[in-house]
Design a protein around this ligand. Structure first.
Ligand code: ATP
Ligand code: MG
Length: 405
């Protein structure tokens, strides 16, 4: 069987083999090529030590990504390739990292330390696919299964428990029963995983449409990873997540968290530590998901949140059941209509300024208040957004003259 490896990968393989070593494409790229999907990157494993990998690529740009772990990144014709010496991991005493790594000449040993059967296949054009653990069959059956004994593998490295969930969501696979049992049994070991890695896997997982189904099948594993998540917010979170189109991290995060009270929301976000932008978006969406958005409020919300967030909020409210399908459509149409009409989304777009109001006799905080009231009227089309009409209304809002004494 021939897999379509890109030119730079083929060249890297032949540069290593021509110096008398073995080299294979390995891991996620083999898995994805076998599924007929374009890999997003290519990993290579080689039977030689990292110094020898260097020698194979003399003159090319290289970064010692993890020289201690035997990984060198080579930039070949513009393509970054991670090339790792065959490795066999030593004992894991911290439940997360091997105490030592040993380089080996055996491909089988290198494949045996990998997490799941579908991730433990190697390929080179002259030999075809090396599949020692039934990875191809598991791909056909759409199953995530540990290489070797699941309990032992999750005991070595608890992050693999979350990786199993993430790959199940990413590939839309199920988790093989003994692997699933071991995940549940060893979920307490997730405490050994740093919050950053937990967050990375969970946030990554949320991007995939299959995530709600997987999380729902493993609530106890989810709670072990996210001890701050209030149990009563789980079912509404999963149900909202299910109603989403997928692929939008801010929306997914807000859906999952929307039923958390403010302080729980804070604590969950503190432990997930999404990027600042993602956090701000998710908080704003979750915070505006307490009551249904009224049709008349749409332009005001658009002015406050902007087009993208307003669109997301409508989708989220639909997914949470706050809006019906029809109501959500009406809200979305109102957004389009407001944008088409060029309603004044910011105060600066209002054809009346503070100076106009001062000229009319307003002063102090009354100026700002009157501007905002006019803005609101123009946005909700209680008034046409025209200077004359707005000024006339402003006159009628002018505070009464203080009585002469
Ligand atoms: P993706 O398409 O998501 O990048 P991937 O399979 O390339 O998937 P990576 O996290 O990039 O996933 O890891 C590369 C390979 O390294 C995996 O396919 C797997 O063989 C191995 N691997 C990574 N992390 C672990 C781990 N914690 N335990 C065992 N093997 C691992
Ligand atoms: Mg990868």
């Amino acid at each position: 069987m021939t897999l379509p490896l890109p030119g730079p990968v083929l060249e890297a393989l032949s540069r290593i083999t021509s110096r008398g070593h073995e080299a294979y494409a390995v891991g996620g790229c083999v898995r994805d090529l076998l599924r007929g999907i374009k890999p997003h990157d290519y990993d290579i494993c080689a039977s030689c030590a990292p110094e020898e990998i260097h020698a194979c690529f003399a003159g090319e740009r290289m970064i010692d990504t993890g020289i201690r772990h035997g990984t060198v990144t080579v930039l070949l014709h513009g393509m970054p390739l991670e090339i790792t010496a065959f490795r066999a991991d030593g004992d894991y005493s911290d439940g997360r990292h091997p105490d030592s790594v040993r380089f080996t000449r055996s491909l089988a040993e290198d494949l045996r330390r990998r997490d799941f059967t579908v991730n433990a296949m190697a390929y080179r054009p002259d030999k075809g696919v090396t599949d020692l653990f039934g990875g191809r069959q598991d791909l056909r059956n759409r199953v995530i299964r540990c290489v070797g004994d699941a309990e032992a593998r999750f005991t070595e490295d608890a992050l693999r428990i979350l990786r199993a969930l993430r790959f199940a969501a990413q590939l839309d696979f199920t988790i093989e029963p003994s692997t699933a049992r071991a995940m549940r049994a060893l979920r307490g070991r997730l405490q050994l995983v740093s919050r950053e890695r937990v967050a990375e896997e969970l946030l990554r997982m949320l991007r995939y449409p299959a995530a709600p189904g997987i999380l729902n099948a493993f609530p106890d594993v989810f709670f072990a990873a996210m001890p701050d998540f209030p149990p009563e917010a789980f079912a509404p979170g999963i149900s909202a997540l299910r109603g989403l189109p997928g692929g939008d991290p801010a929306l997914a995060l807000a859906a999952l968290l929307h039923a958390c009270e403010d302080d729980a929301l804070r604590r969950c976000l503190t432990s997930l530590r999404p990027s600042k932008a993602l956090e701000a978006q998710a908080v704003q969406l979750a915070g505006n998901c307490r009551e249904p958005l009224a049709q008349a409020e749409v332009p005001l919300l658009l002015a406050r949140l902007g087009e993208a967030q307003t669109g997301r909020l409508i989708t989220l409210q639909r997914a949470c059941g706050l809006l019906t399908e029809e109501e959500a459509e009406q809200r979305a149409l109102r957004v389009r209509d407001a944008l088409d009409k060029g309603l004044p989304l910011t105060l600066r777009q209002l054809p009346v300024t503070g100076s106009d109001l001062i000229a009319l006799g307003f002063s102090g905080p009354a100026v700002g208040r009157a501007l905002e009231a006019l803005h609101r009227l123009a946005l909700t089309e209680g008034l046409p957004c025209e200077r004359e009409a707005l000024l006339r209304r402003a006159e009628s809002m002018r505070p009464a003259e203080p009585p002469l004494s």
